[in-house]
Design a protein around this ligand. Structure first.
Ligand SMILES: Cc1cc2nc3c(=O)[nH]c(=O)nc-3n(C[C@H](O)[C@H](O)[C@H](O)COP(=O)(O)OP(=O)(O)OC[C@H]3O[C@@H](n4cnc5c(N)ncnc54)[C@H](O)[C@@H]3O)c2cc1C
Length: 431
């Protein structure tokens, strides 16, 4: 068992904490950056590793990378990644603002490798966070326990682990090998037999569900996939340029300063910009695939809209889904082999954050405008939460759009706290 101590510990090396690492390196606070570590549970950096489908594209402009909107001159930009890899001309020739997902994933891996001060520690899964206190009860920092038993002490913690997958209750009693959430798709679908007919059912009507539905046609060539959704049919994301202004980093202030009721109304209105929809070009591709099947008399897929899964059970070797038709109310069984869940993410805080809040006795987990949990004036250590503050910081909070600015907000807060505690950490951001 090894013990380590750092100043800032960021859990997760996804885009949120990579953007933070970049902002720290660019802040000029070198000693702080060199005393910062990102923990990543995997051996490498990959973006949405289990939906890295060869044709899947980013839904936001490459200009909304980890840094450009904050510092267009940064060496960590997506354009510099292309330039250094000798592929700038080819990318420009694609004439697109929406790179392939795998290309953005490679960009994030490149950013992680290009860091010179902040370190990324791989194969380091955080299991637990515990507060560290002085004998008189003052909160001075955190002890993070990793799955291999190592512990790391830090003063400040930044949690950027993404959200927890949502598995609806109705599927929880099925054997684990029959249920694949979208966060496991690529790994688990590769373990399915390809040499015999198989009947997958995809549940959900949004982007992840639709991507699995499309992919399973080629991943399991002998399959006859069905897609089941409550909504009236697959629909496009709302892509109005007017509404898109709500994804500007500047809108975070306006949203944060609004009443709770107003925030709720705004989130309801913009729901379809980020949830329950598909990127328009992808929706067209999916429709074309089904059209070709129908017109060429090679139908192998079914879409069942206005349908919900009322119950799920095993019958021998088959999964039986009881499907309720929401138009007629009729329930009828659908027999299948495996269920693919495009059911999204939990709305509440991730279990890791929830567990920490319980230890701290915090009932309502809410962060400040600069993403810091309120732990009282006397606390020396701080916790920042990334990507889980949609209710207070707006619809863009889970997206890449705001990362460049959000990481600056967090870095400013971290540095300001050190300047306030004069002499305790004599670091100047221009040092
Ligand atoms: C399929 C899909 C496509 C998307 N496409 C877009 C898009 O095109 N544009 C956009 O703006 N947003 C998109 N999003 C939204 C997405 O949330 C953000 O793009 C982004 O991934 C959020 O970054 P993050 O760093 O907060 O979380 P994540 O990307 O989830 O990264 C979290 C990291 O933390 C690691 N981790 C988790 N738990 C632990 C632990 N206990 N210990 C150590 N490490 C841990 C994970 O392995 C991962 O590397 C997409 C989401 C999905 C699901």
């Amino acid at each position: 068992m090894t013990d380590h101590e750092v100043d800032v510990l960021a859990i997760g090396a996804g885009p949120a904490n990579l953007a933070l690492a970049v902002a720290l390196e660019e802040s000029g606070a070198r000693r702080l950056a060199e005393n910062t570590v990102l923990l990543e549970q995997h051996p490498d950096v990959k973006w949405q590793r289990n939906l890295l489908l060869p044709w899947a594209r980013s839904q936001v402009s490459f200009l909304k990378d980890l840094v450009t909107l904050r510092n267009p001159r940064s060496r960590f930009s997506f354009l510099n990644f292309l330039y250094e890899g000798g592929r700038l001309n080819e990318f420009v020739n694609l004439s697109t603002f929406n790179p392939y997902r795998w290309e953005l994933s490679e960009y994030q891996q490149w950013v992680a490798h290009s860091l010179e001060q902040v370190r990324v520690r791989h194969d380091a899964r955080c299991e637990r966070v515990e507060p560290r206190r002085t004998t008189d009860g003052r909160l001075v920092g955190w002890t993070v326990t990793l799955s291999n038993g190592d512990t790391v002490d830090c003063r400040d913690l930044v949690i950027g682990t993404g959200r927890d997958p949502h598995v609806p209750a109705v599927f929880r009693d099925l054997p684990a090998d029959r249920v694949i959430h979208s966060t496991q798709y690529c790994t688990r679908i590769a373990q399915q037999p390809t040499d015999r007919p198989i009947r997958p059912v995809v549940v959900g009507g949004a982007q992840s569900a639709a991507e699995m539905f499309m992919a399973v046609h080629s991943d399991l060539p002998q399959s006859t996939p069905t897609m089941v959704m409550r909504s009236i049919g697959l629909q496009n994301y709302q892509t109005s340029k007017f509404v898109n202004e709500l994804f500007f980093p500047s809108f975070v202030d306006e949203f944060y300063n609004s009443d709770v009721e107003v925030r709720g109304r705004i989130l309801d209105e913009v729901h379809l910009t980020n949830y329950a929809g598909l990127a328009p070009p992808f929706l067209d591709e999916l429709y074309s695939m089904l059209y070709q099947q129908r017109m060429l008399g090679k139908e192998r897929s079914t879409i069942r809209s206005m349908t919900e899964v009322a119950a799920a059970r095993m019958d021998g070797d088959e999964v039986v889904l009881e499907l309720r038709d929401l138009k007629s109310g009729k329930v009828e069984p659908l027999r299948c082999d495996v269920v693919l869940l495009g059911t999204g993410y939990e709305q509440q805080m991730p279990a890791l954050v929830q567990d920490l809040a319980d230890r701290l006795g915090i009932a309502d987990i809410e962060v400040s405008r600069r993403y810091r949990l309120d732990l009282g004036e006397s606390a020396w250590g701080a916790v920042y939460l990334q990507g889980v503050n949609e209710a207070t910081h707006g619809i863009s909070d889970t997206l890449i759009s705001v990362l460049a600015h959000r990481s600056q907000d967090i870095v400013d807060d971290i540095l300001d706290r050190r300047h306030v505690a004069a002499g305790a950490f004599p670091e100047s951001r221009t040092a």
